[in-house]
Design a binder for this molecule. Structure first.
Ligand code: NOJ
Length: 556
């Protein structure tokens, strides 16, 4: 099957179904809710949806723990609803990329139930089972840590052995060294392709191959063991096999989640001739204001620019993903700007990201400038990671709790998971029932309905931005050249393709900043094409940028 690589022209909208739109008043978003918003997506101009997991799941990690890969979570609806949704998307020219969560399953998946039942069960080798260490065999088999805190091993009474879980103990890791597991994964992909899916976002795919013998990791108090499973020994072989057995048979796209992946790793993962993934998400840039993407530190623009610039220089046979937000990160607005300047900051970030080379992703609510939720308390946190960290601090060192509270306010994944703000009606129009998680109280001012009626709104700007990208060759193919890389206030770059040039200047400052056209920058004429203040200069010139001002010129 020919790969048209349609994703290179796509703008992808991520839906976190639990928080998107509730159609039946149970307080939880669902598929019929998504169906009711398809026209909204079409009007926004996005051409593809990445849907976070909607499969059967006990929801230990909100669907990233799957108990049946071939069916829909009861709270979200039925397979018939799903089919109607995908048909409705296709009818509107929107493709669908589903989440493929196959590093691990839920412990409630039938494979795991079988696997844990006895040592000689045919499914035993679908997972990693090992004897414990120590005299009583109750010490974990190695020192690897779960990404969700604590040991990555859980003791199971039934057979007196431990199983491996790099995430929660309800997310046991699949053993990809078992060819049957790899066949199961290919079959799952093909099942959904046959139903009309257009691709997969591959969850923590870089962890699928573990080093033989599962050796101890180098000492690391937070994330121990990485060197034995991040792009492990058989990673490339297993991904290529999946490509051959499934992905190559469809005109699809695959994008892998790449925690810890650096620019230098990317080429071996996504170069077209490797026949593996089409693209990956790097999280390098999420470290511009956090250590290990989780512990807050002051935002440094030069750090962000350096990383983004580096990724803009991927070789031509690789493709980049552009994103600031997803369901695992707090909202970008308070991270990169002051919330008082919501409109300017949100539009500026849209310009800065979407004028780069790669496929842009818009996370639900980003297009209206949703921001973090203030004042969450222990009882309001719903994410297993926030709850674990909070409880751990309380248990081992209570004076740490205020620090944890501060860090969570800034970084908790819950910030991105508050219900979508559709209107100023009760519960932001998300549900007629009691929302599964607190609605951000700012919904009375920040909501879709209000912004639809305001020509100057963030939402209407996103429509303009997305429309501008479409079919614009300089955005798809153009080279990327940065100016003033050391500036902590201005992000400035040029895109150039066959003589068509775009010049982008954006201020990340809440003060006026003077901008000078770079010395020796030659151009005959210029035309303002996008801006976030309505009276920006019509031609490129040295100029005092107002707080968070961003402008895009076509130059000749
Ligand atoms: C990455 C997903 O994005 C995150 O939400 C999830 O908790 C982990 N993978 C585990 O599946």
């Amino acid at each position: 099957m020919e790969r048209t690589r349609w994703y290179k022209d796509a703008v992808i909208y991520q839906i976190y179904p639990r928080s998107f739109c509730d159609s039946n008043g149970d307080g939880i978003g669902d598929i019929r809710g998504i169906i009711s918003k398809l026209d909204y997506l079409k009007e926004l101009g996005v051409t593809c949806v990445w849907l976070s997991p909607c499969y059967k799941s006990p929801n230990d990690d909100n669907g990233y723990d799957i108990s049946n890969y071939r069916d829909i979570m009861d709270e979200f609806g039925t397979l018939e609803d799903w089919q109607e949704m995908v048909d409705g998307m296709h009818a509107r020219g929107i493709k669908l990329v589903m989440d493929l969560v196959v590093n691990h399953t839920s412990d409630e998946h039938e494979w795991f139930k079988q696997s844990r039942s006895s040592k000689d069960n045919p499914y035993r080798d679908y997972y990693f089972w090992r004897k414990g260490r120590g005299k009583d065999g109750k010490k974990p088999p190695n020192n690897w840590s779960s990404r969700f805190s604590g040991s990555a091993w859980e003791y199971d009474e039934t057979t007196g052995e431990f199983y491996l879980h790099l995430f929660s103990k309800k997310q046991p890791d699949l053993n990809w060294d078992n060819p049957k597991v790899r066949q199961e994964v290919a079959d799952i992909c093909n099942y959904w392709f046959e139903k009309g899916v257009d691709g997969f976002r591959c969850d923590v795919i870089i962890y699928i191959s573990k080093e033989a013998g599962l050796p101890n990791g180098k000492f690391n108090p937070m994330l121990c063991g990485d060197e034995h499973f991040v792009i492990g020994p058989h990673y490339h072989e297993y991904i290529h096999e999946l490509y051959e057995k499934s992905w190559s048979k469809y005109d699809c796209m695959t994008v892998g989640e790449g925690q810890g992946i650096k620019r230098k790793d990317a080429e071996s993962m996504v170069a077209e001739d490797r026949e593996e993934l089409d693209c990956i998400f790097t999280f390098e840039h999420q470290e511009c204001d956090a250590v290990l993407t989780a512990v807050p530190r002051p935002f440094k623009l030069s750090r962000l620019k350096k990383i983004l610039n580096n990724w803009q220089h991927l070789p031509d046979n690789c493709w980049n993903s552009l994103f600031l937000e997803n369901h695992d990160y707090s909202r970008s607005l308070p991270r990169f700007g002051k919330v008082e300047y919501r409109k300017q900051v949100a539009k500026m970030l849209a310009i800065v990201m979407q004028c780069q080379k790669g496929t842009p992703y818009v996370y639900q609510g980003e297009e209206i400038g949703m921001s973090n939720i203030e004042g969450l308390d222990r009882k309001d946190y719903k994410d297993i990671v926030s709850i674990n960290i909070y409880d751990l601090a309380k248990k081992i060192f209570p004076p740490l709790v205020p620090v944890v509270r501060w860090a969570l306010r800034k970084r908790a994944r819950d910030n991105a998971r508050t219900p979508m703000q559709w209107s100023a009606a009760e519960n932001a129009g998300f549900t007629t029932g009691t929302p599964w998680m607190m609605v951000n109280p700012n919904y009375t001012e920040v909501n879709v309905e209000q912004q639809q009626g305001d020509p100057d709104s963030i939402l209407n700007f996103y429509k303009k931005m997305i429309a501008y990208r479409k079919g614009n060759e300089v955005i798809r193919y153009g080279t990327f050249e940065e100016y003033y890389p050391k500036s902590e206030k201005i992000f400035c770059y040029e895109r150039n393709y066959n003589g068509k040039r775009l010049f982008i200047v954006a201020s990340f400052s809440d003060k006026n900043v003077s901008f000078k056209v770079p010395k020796g920058y030659a151009f005959k004429s210029s035309k303002l094409v996008l801006n976030n203040y309505d009276d920006a200069p019509v031609a490129l010139s040295s100029y005092v940028l107002r707080p968070y001002e961003a402008v895009v010129y076509e130059v000749e």
